[in-house]
Every structure is written in structure tokens, then in C-alpha cells.
Write a new protein. Sequence first.
Length: 697
Amino acid sequence: MEFECSFDGADHHGRRAAIIHLHTVLARVLLSGAAYVLMSSGLEVTLLLLAAVVVGVVAFRLLQLPPLLGYLAVGIAIGPHAFGLVPDTKDTRYLAEFGVVFLMFSIGLEFSLTRLRSMRRLVLGLGGAQVGLTILLTFGAGWFSGSYFGIGLAGAFALGGALAMSSTAIVMKMLAERVQLDTEHGKRIVGVLLFQDLAVVPLLVIVPALGSGGTDLAWTLSVAMAKAAVLLTVLLVGGRRVVRWWFHTVAQRKSHELFTLNMLLVTLGLAWMTEEAGLSLALGAFVAGMLISETEFRHQVEEDIKPFRDVLLGLFFVTIGMLLNVRIVVDNFGWVMLALIGPVGFKFGLIVLLVRVFGATPGTAIRSGLALATAGEFGFVLLGQAGLHGLLEPLVMQIVLASMLLSMLAAPLLLQHSDKIAMRLSSSEWLHKSLEIAQIAQTSIAVDKHVVICGFGRSGQHLGKMLEQEGITYVALDVDPDLVRQAAAAGESVVYGDAARRETLVAAGISRASALAITYADTPSSLKILHHVRELKPDIAVIVRTQDDHDLERLLAAGATEVVPEVLEGSLMLGSHALVLLGIPLSRVVKRVREARDQRYQLLRGYFHSMGEDDDVEEEAHERLHSVLLHPGAPAISVTLGELGLKSFGADVTAIRRRGIRGADPSPEMRLQAGDVVVLRGVPEALERAERRLLEA
């Protein structure tokens, strides 16, 4: 297309017409939905929307509430049902739908068949039962009462899908902050959330099909699922090599802008393809994420997609908030509270029952139920799809939307007080905690002037070995039950317990201890521990590990004797190796490192004479320790270590524990007996092969 834009001698109207024509052409050429909304709604509306979002999210951040709730609150305030500052147009909703597209793309990137296989019992078993039963029971309730509330069978199914979802963003963030991801209830919560994320994919196919208006519902669903199956098969089978080759070709151009544009092209292109096939945009984005997750460019793509995902997802939640009519909610407040208490209570009871059926303790079941009982982000996505396709009456839509918003507001409070609630609701939880404290006390009662190690990961284990070499006793606390079980079986002085709890520190003998070390880099948890330590024994020396100097002053003010930042130690080692490789004499390099440490550390100022290092890198291919108990009848019994040939599997035997006595570096002639605990060292694959050699014929 060619333009002739000479304005010489043209009148005012000619210029105006030419400018208008040029703007119109540019609007058609631009593919960005944001530019289209800006031009159709006006700059004032865009600035107002941005200002409202920024102020709202800042306010919720100051209140320590999730920003997601801030987006929803902003949408309610500026929407057409409140102050009416921003119109609820079709174009705005279409742009907001791209937030869901990029969210599903991110989930596809994180989807791992290996991770799913390792957690299959919790993901497919517990998670599948929770989602399936929630939808089934909600559908059954709609069958009996739908005529009274004006909810059809399709609407009941969509409501069941929305009710089954929980907030991945809120729950995962709070579990990480409370250091509970590796606890018994944390693992179950993560497993259920993972299945919920996967269940959204078929639900986003089924819900639009339910609203297609076809006379034969079974036929409509069959066609939709068949199209999805064919499209997924073609893309996943034939697209892997193509995507890898294409991304490799683009990456060779060494242009970050080109790489980002290509990522957007693939994501939106596959989303368009699934939409043209009569499916959802989000399904294509999920497939795009899965294809890229199989390539070596996954982590780069994940970083590049974050700005687009977060901004557009925030806009999506703003548009969800704009749907809420506050007046209708106020007029039907009783129904809103019933829709809040009923589903949350039902979901809590169902999850508690299922977790108990899967063998967990009552306390674990209650904590899992409290974390998963409230609504989630994908619940709004499914609810929006149901409203868009007319599956729900406007009044029902308003009541359900309001109840979901309120439940998400309650989610942080339920998680924060989950321990207290579990104690009140479960009498056995008191016994469980008492046994846990008694076990800690039993371990620490015979020691004096010991060191309490909070966290027994790689750094904690290194510290424990150094203390053992110097003849100093220690008591280690950790919340990972698998790690505690294996380390304790290998003879380490480690027990299960949350060091951030006051009674745990008391049981660990903090009053008799000579020092305490916090070996994991988690500032909120460290501050809790320091608070309790300063109340229980103010004069004890406390060494705290942190990631960088960002929280240095807070930790020192809270009572830390010394703070060891990972970034400083890592940079010193990096710099020292670089200087040595550049030909600087080793003595001068050691002097530079000593000077840098003298300037930073107060406790050991002037006493550094060699370079130290701290390695706490958690990698799948990193060597680790693993304990194997030889039960009666194991094929390795009465066989020598040399005859077993475990070294050929890539695993070393570091110790044998027999009748409470630990022998390090056993000889190849040592013959194994029933009840021996064999401590192996190697990468995970080698450990798995060696364990099969010891236990399987």
C-alpha cells in the first residue's frame, strides 16, 4: 500500500482527512489489542485505568494482601455498576482474555511429566478425587434444585468446575513464606493444586461447548473433545521437533527482541489456531507452553513472558471485578453469605475427608482443607466463560462472583491461623504435637552446650560434619519428613520440628545450648526464630544465613550475632578464582579475600586465614546421601560390599549403621546383615539402581 501525504497547498480539511485516514490504516495494521482499546476508549480512560490499578495494588500491598484482590477491588470500583468510570466493552474483555492465555502458557511451561509421575498418587489420586467429586456433587445439587434457582444442568456443571478451583497464587506464596512446602500438608496441597491447573484445560473445552446451544448435548461435547484430542495429538506429536528447530534458528540470530517477538508469535499463533477450531484461546497457549518446555529455551521464555502475563492477567481480574454489581449484592446479602459459607464449608469437609482416606493425620487433613477450601483464579476464568455463554442467570452470576471474592479475601487469614484451627478441631493433633515435642526433647535431653541447627539441608549437613569433627554436639531441626527420616537412620542428630515455633526451640534445649545457626535463607522465618530466641535465651550466639545484604540490618536489629550472605561469599570465591587465573600470586589473592571479609564480618574480624565456601545448590544431578534399611529376606544379606559391586552403579557406601553403631568407610569385605542401614552417596539415578540391587532379587 502506498501513501502520498504532500500537504503543500492542501486546505485544513484535506490535512484532517489525510491524518484520519492514516490513523485508520495504522489501527488496522497494529495487531496489539492494547493499542486498539486505547484508540477506541480514549487516552483518558487508559490513564484512569492505569492509575486506579497502581493505587489499588499499592494499597493492598501495604495491607499485606495479595495484589490479585487489589485488581478485583479496582474493577469493582471503576466498573459500570459502581462509579462507571470505565466502560465494560467487548474489546476490553477480549484484551483481558489474553491474560488467561499467558497464564495457561506459563502452566504449560511448568508442566513436567517427570514431576507428575513422581507425585502421581497425590496429583492423580487426591487431586483427581477432589476435582471430580466437587463437580459431580455440585452437578447433583443443580439437578435437584436447579429449577428453583434458575440453574440448568450446564450451569451446574460450570459452577462445579469453578468451585473445584483453589488459589494457586495465594496458597503457594503463603506456604513458601511459612516454609511449609515440604511438610505433610504442603505436599498434599501442592499435589491438588497441580491437578486443578491441569483440569482447567479440559474444562475450558467443555464449558464453551455446553453454551453452544446445540440440541444434542452429548454430541456437542463429543465433537468438542474429539477436536481437542486430534489437535493436541497433531501439535504435540508433530510440533516438538518443529518448535525446537525454529527456536534454535531464531536464537542463532542473537537478538533478544527477535526472540521475544517469536515467543509471542508462537503463543498467540497456537491460541488463534485452537480458537479457529472452535476451542478456547487458552488451550492453544497451554499447548505452546508444553512444546517449549521440552526445549532448552524454556527458562529464557519463562522470564520473557512474565511482564506480558502479569500485566494482562491483572487486567483480566480488573474486568472480572467490573462484572460485580454491588447494589445487587447488597440487596441479596443473605444469599451471598449463604453462597460463601455453604460452598467453602462443603469444600473444606470434602477435602478433609479425602485427605484422611489417603492416609493422612487429622491435623494434616484440616490444614489441607483450610488451604484449598476457598476460591481460585481459574474459578473466575470458568465463571467468566459460563457468563459469556449464558449458562448462568445474571442474578446467580452476581451472587456467586461476590461469594468467590469474599472467600479469596478470607484465604490468607485461614492459612495464617491454620495451626490454631487444627489444634481446636482435632484432639489427636495435640497428641501428635506432644509426641513431636517429646521426640525433640528426648534427643536433646542428654546434651549440653550444644549447637541448635535450624534447617538440615546441604548447609546444615556441612555445619553438622564440621561440629562433629571438633567434638561438638548438635541438635538439628527440619520440616522435611523424608530428609529427617533418612538422616536419622544414618545416625545424624536430626529431628522433625519447625524451628520457628517457640515450644520446638524449648524442646531442643535452647536454654542449655551454646549457639544457634539458621542455615536456610528465609528472612521471615529467621525473624520469628530470633524473636523466640531473644525471649528464651538472650545471650546465646546466633548465626543467620541470608541470600544477600538486603535484610542485613533487620536481622542484626532482631538479635542476630552475625549474618552470612550467600552473595558475598560467592562473589569472593568468584573473584579469587578469577585473580588466580589471571596470574595474580595466591598469597595476594588470599590477602584480598581476607581484607574483604574483615570489612564485612565483625565477629571474626582479623581471624580469616583461608578462603571459605558455602555450596547449597539444589540440583537434580547433584550427589546426595540416601539411607537403605535391609529388611529380613533382602538379597543383599550375607553378601559382602565388594560382591554387590555398588560402585559399578555409580554409588558409594559411606557408612554402615548396625545396632546403633555407625561405621564410616566400610571395607569391601564387610558382610551385610539384616537390620543394617546402608548409607549411600551418589546422584539420584545411581541411588535408585543401588537400592534396587540391595533390596530386590
